[in-house]
Design a protein around this ligand. Sequence first.
Ligand code: DX5
Ligand code: ZN
Length: 223
Amino acid sequence: MTEKTLVAPSILSADFANLGFAAKNAQDWGADWIHFDVMDGFFVDSITFGAAMCKALLPHTSLPIDAHLMVTNPMKHVEAFANAGASIITVHAEADMHLHRTLQKIRSLNVKCGVAINPASPVELIEPVIEECDLVLLMTVNPGAGGQKFIPSVLRKIERIRSMAENLGVFPYIEVDGGVNPETARLCREAGANVLVAGNAVFKAQSPKDAILMIRGDMSLNV
Ligand code: DX5
Ligand code: ZN
């Protein structure tokens, strides 16, 4: 089966004083989506940026903004991100007491909805809602910071989510996030992921353009 792999550079690894420039650069380098990491200081320790920053990026890129909400009670925030122009809003299953309701709310706002799970959370956490999801995000590091090491046991979860979805006749995007570089990207693609988030591997690369091609699998590693 040929299926396009998408690359979503995370601007968490870019210069925070120039995020518009980072989003424009990512588009020029050939990215497919802009990954936008929202942290609230509760679900994870760090605080990053919110809906106003998401809106501020819109004049700088025409790529979809992939908002990853690492926040408690995400329902409180989804409307603000929809109004701020996010194309995809992903919430953590661990952070939401009423996940099904939140996903329906996101869809009612005409935005694609996603569910994320941490490395230690079982794929079964998503099973009851997978038919309501446009995207499943499997964290390949513990959320909260860029530049961490890829956790290989998540590869098994990619395969299991993929077959779980196929058995139910649904085909959400399967996204991975954390420690993705050209080598780990290949493992993720082979396991069945089709959206690859990469922060440091793109923004800190000597050639971000080549990094994106390699992560997508369009350029071999030993070029
Ligand atoms: C981690 C964030 C990631 C992060 C990935 O909590 O969700 O999106 O930016 O950064 P790298 O690719 O550097 O691990
Ligand atoms: Zn993320």
